[in-house]
Design a protein around this ligand. Structure first.
Ligand code: MN
Length: 263
């Protein structure tokens, strides 16, 4: 390599790093980026559209309904919200009108459902105001935050990260995204979940401790948010276990039902 070509390649490398930093990504992909293998982008289908929503990060808020906070053993007063993440490829798309097989995961003997409203962002930022927060929402979906409850609890008791209680393959079933413009503003919609025809969870969205706008605002204080980020907005009380063969049916006013069978 001549000294000129070496200088040129160093310069290109630095340019790429600089570009990535300003784009908010670890390393932004360009048309000329070469990789030794392909890693698939995760998408959620958009209802009534040929387009797919590309998922960047999955954020989840914990204990966002007072009665659920109490059943998890905490004080539901308005202490600051807390968030965790699931890996993007934990998404399991569940098409409307179908009962989709959902594998019972390894390592758990107490596998729980949590039905949740999911908000998906079309733009982001840092320190987003509550007033401007919903301007960043692309759409909404119905989702499940599936949980290895025994691992979550045991690891928490040991003061270890409860990561694998929440973050594992298929742990984020979700229905199609509906564009916010096509929906009425969510306010007092009913959200519910039944197992084998028996209603287990039932609430209205106004029972959330932190609204979607407040969640976006708070989360943007911790991390810069970007288009493609989605937020699971917490579950009502009466979470509980499922076993192989059980059929879960989730309902949320304005959105189609979501159903999975544990296999
Ligand atoms: Mn949850």
């Amino acid at each position: 390599m001549t000294s000129l070509s070496r200088r040129t390649s160093i310069k290109i490398g630095l340019a790429a790093i600089t570009t990535a930093a300003t784009a908010g990504a670890a390393q932004a992909q360009t048309a000329s980026t070469k990789t030794p293998f392909k890693v698939d982008q995760v998408f959620i289908p958009i209802a009534g559209s040929q387009e797919m929503f590309p998922v960047r990060r999955i954020y989840c808020i914990g204990r966002n309904y007072a009665a659920h906070a109490r059943e998890m053993g905490s004080d539901p007063s308005r202490e600051p919200p807390f968030f965790f993440q699931k890996p993007t490829d934990a998404i399991q798309y569940v098409a409307p009108g179908k009962v989709v097989d959902h594998p019972y995961p390894s390592l758990t003997k107490n596998y729980h459902y949590e039905v949740e409203l999911v908000a998906a962002l079309k733009s982001g930022g840092k320190n987003i105001s509550i007033e401007k927060a919903l301007d960043h929402v692309y759409g909404y979906a119905l989702g499940l935050d599936m949980t290895r409850r025994d691992l979550q609890r045991a690891l928490g008791d040991q003061k270890k990260p409860w990561e694998i209680g929440k973050s594992f393959d298929h742990s984020a079933p979700v229905g199609p995204l509906y564009q916010a413009a096509a929906l009425k503003n969510f306010s007092r919609e009913n959200i519910s979940l039944s197992v084998n025809g028996v209603v287990k969870q039932q609430a209205t969205l106004d029972q959330m401790i932190w609204s979607v706008a407040e969640q976006i605002s708070k989360l943007s204080e911790a991390n810069e948010l970007f288009a493609g980020d989605i937020i699971y907005s917490g579950t009502p009380e009466n979470v509980g276990p499922v076993v192989k063969g059980d059929v879960i049916l989730c309902k949320l006013d304005q959105l189609p039902d979501l159903s999975i069978k544990i296999v």
